[in-house]
Design a protein around this ligand. Structure first.
Ligand SMILES: NC(=O)c1ccc[n+]([C@@H]2O[C@H](COP(=O)([O-])OP(=O)(O)OC[C@H]3O[C@@H](n4cnc5c(N)ncnc54)[C@H](O)[C@@H]3O)[C@@H](O)[C@H]2O)c1
Length: 324
């Protein structure tokens, strides 16, 4: 057995997001065990069985374990000892819905899950993906009582990836040549940061603003902001999960490997950018223990103003979730 394969990670919620995340994590072949749970009887067990049967073909050894959990927390023993827990439990959007329309239903689900995580995996780093993201991340920290750096949310990795994909398609360059950044909230007050976006052309790093006009950048920014809704409108029955699961899995990998990779995530902000006391999309160094450090980036005046606006919008909503 490879000595590099170690530790246990749990994914709560075996829907589209949770199941694709679990498979990506297992295919990294760096964990001993990936646990997948859900409240739908047999669903996580069935998915884990199916995924385990792909191991001889794909050539990974990580073992997947499926576990149904009950209303009173039965079955949660399966996540005991997990170093990382990813919370994907909750309803996704349907066409025409905003992420905020999910808040009451998902707050109940996420609070219950978080309490069980605190009980059974008290040392875990928790990565939240359930929507509305910033609010569910804040709620998870409250309900677990974990240190704020040990609870983080996934949004910026996905929003940034969407932005990069649109830029690459527009400029007909490889996605690997593009670096974009979005901060703020995972919603209407997402803050794209064009001033920090670059594209490598013929080996030279160029500013995005040199390659595309303001109008075109605004168009791509709007498409990025509505990136989730665009997929929801096409699927009609749920929301995106391939790119979202890539984002959450990469964050978990950075925690597992203690890599210190700088990623845009939803993290507790404590003085950075002149903002305090709120979970917000910022760049942060990710490693063992979760967020090691929030990294401040040079912003233009208008980008900074937009980030402050986003912070105040999510602060108001995050205050509400403590009562849900
Ligand atoms: N942060 C992001 O960028 C992002 C992106 C896409 C989706 N999402 C969100 O992720 C969540 C999951 O999306 P999905 O596409 O997998 O939805 P889905 O409907 O396919 O799956 C949700 C799963 O959660 C399970 N569940 C419900 N209550 C539970 C509980 N108490 N304990 C355990 N499991 C429970 C359901 O049975 C279901 O299997 C949604 O809230 C969605 O809005 C977030």
């Amino acid at each position: 057995m490879s000595s590099s394969r170690q530790g246990k990670i749990a994914v709560v919620g075996a829907g589209f997001y949770g199941s694709t995340t679990a498979l990506r994590l297992a295919e990294y072949d760096i964990f001993e065990t990936v646990v997948l749970t859900d409240i739908v009887e047999g669903k996580p067990e069935g998915l884990a069985l199916d995924m385990n049967q792909s191991r001889p073909i794909e050539g990974f050894e990580t073992k997947l374990v499926g576990q149904t959990t009950g209303a009173d927390g039965e079955g949660y023993e399966a996540i005991a000892g997990s170093d990382i827990v990813i919370i994907t439990a909750g309803l996704p959007r349907k066409p025409g819905m905003s992420r905020m329309d999910l808040i009451e239903t998902n707050a109940k689900i996420v609070r219950g899950v978080a309490e069980n995580v605190a009980k059974h995996a008290p040392s875990a780093v928790v990565i939240v993906v359930s929507n509305p993201l910033d609010e569910m991340t804040a709620l998870t920290q409250l309900a677990t009582g974990f240190p704020k750096n040990r609870v983080l949310g996934q949004a910026g990795m996905l929003d940034t990836a969407r932005f990069s994909n649109f830029v690459a398609e527009e400029l007909k360059v490889p996605v690997g040549a593009v670096r974009t950044l979005t901060l703020g909230s995972h919603g209407d007050t997402m803050v794209p940061v064009p001033s920090q976006c670059t594209v490598t052309v013929d080996g030279q790093q160029r500013a995005l603003t040199d390659l595309l006009g303001n109008e075109k950048i605004d168009e791509l920014v709007t498409r990025t902001r509505n990136g989730g809704a665009e997929v929801v409108a096409l699927l009609k029955t749920g929301s995106a999960y391939f790119a979202p699961s890539s984002a959450a899995a990469r964050m978990a990998k950075a925690v597992h490997e203690d890599s210190g990779a700088v990623m845009p995530v939803c993290a507790w902000v404590d003085g950075q950018y002149g903002i305090s006391g709120v979970y917000l999309g910022v760049e942060a160094e990710i490693g063992a223990g979760g967020v090691k450090r929030v990294v401040e980036t040079q912003l233009t005046e208008s980008e900074l103003a937009a980030l402050h606006e986003a912070a105040e919008a999510v602060r108001a909503k995050q205050a509400d979730v403590s009562n849900l």
